[in-house]
Design a protein around this ligand. Structure first.
Ligand code: HEM
Length: 194
């Protein structure tokens, strides 16, 4: 990763976002075609909103039940969210519902379904929305571990092809977010047009 940030700093023959993408592909061990297979798939129609909702519920149940350290960070964030809920009387009754809603809406939109996420919250801007969290390779593996477990539990509901496509896309995205966070300062210093 050190060598990569050096490369990012000194590069002048590849756009920085392309470099982030190629590093994310390398770390996630995926080809471009596999990482973005959801874009050429009929997954939105074949899987549908109901099963995406169930998948995300399973995932966040595991995340919130995690007995260990790394999601403490998340819990502090959630406490803040709860306070905001009390202040602004959000339509959600609890933070886990908000986490479910955010990721469900995002995934449905990202696979080509209804753009619920942008209608409610605007541009996804995932790099910025993860800026306050520890986006390390360990966090990514933990996150992906829970997601792959949840996908496996849905083998009767979601066809293997679509489970694979979802898993690949999320693996790539998790590593893209990790790489992007590490490189953020460098990218900011490069400014527009670099
Ligand atoms: C290193 C792996 C990751 C970590 C540690 C992480 C952590 C978090 C945390 C702590 C939150 C805020 C709490 C919440 O709303 O649940 C969050 C929100 C979110 N995450 Fe991640 N995440 C990771 C990967 C991903 C991936 C792979 C995706 C999409 C494929 C994703 C999509 C989202 C979305 C859509 C939100 C809601 C953002 C908002 O509207 O505020 N995350 N993530």
């Amino acid at each position: 990763m050190e060598a990569f940030t050096e490369q990012l700093r000194s590069t002048n023959d590849m756009h920085p976002i392309k470099l982030l993408q190629s590093k994310a592909l390398e770390l996630s061990n995926l080809s471009y075609d596999r990482a973005f297979a959801i874009d050429d798939s009929d997954i939105a129609i074949k899987v549908g909103e109901y099963y995406i909702t169930l998948l995300v519920e399973k995932f966040y149940r595991k995340v919130y039940d995690d007995p260990e350290d790394w999601f403490r960070l998340l819990q502090i964030y959630l406490l803040m969210t709860l306070l905001l809920h009390l202040l602004y009387r959000s339509i959600f009754t609890s933070p886990i519902e908000e986490s479910n809603q955010n990721l469900t809406d995002f995934l449905i939109q990202r696979i080509g379904g209804t753009p619920y996420y942008s209608e409610r919250k605007g541009f996804p801007a995932l790099i910025d929305r993860h800026a306050m969290f520890d986006m390390s390779e360990n966090s990514a593996e933990k996150w992906l571990g829970y997601m792959d477990e949840s996908l496996k539990e849905m083998e009767d509901d979601i066809h293997e092809k679509y489970r694979r496509e979802l898993s690949d896309f999320m693996r790539y995205t998790a590593y893209f977010l990790v790489v992007a966070q590490k490189s953020k300062t460098i990218l900011e210093n490069m400014g527009p047009g670099s």
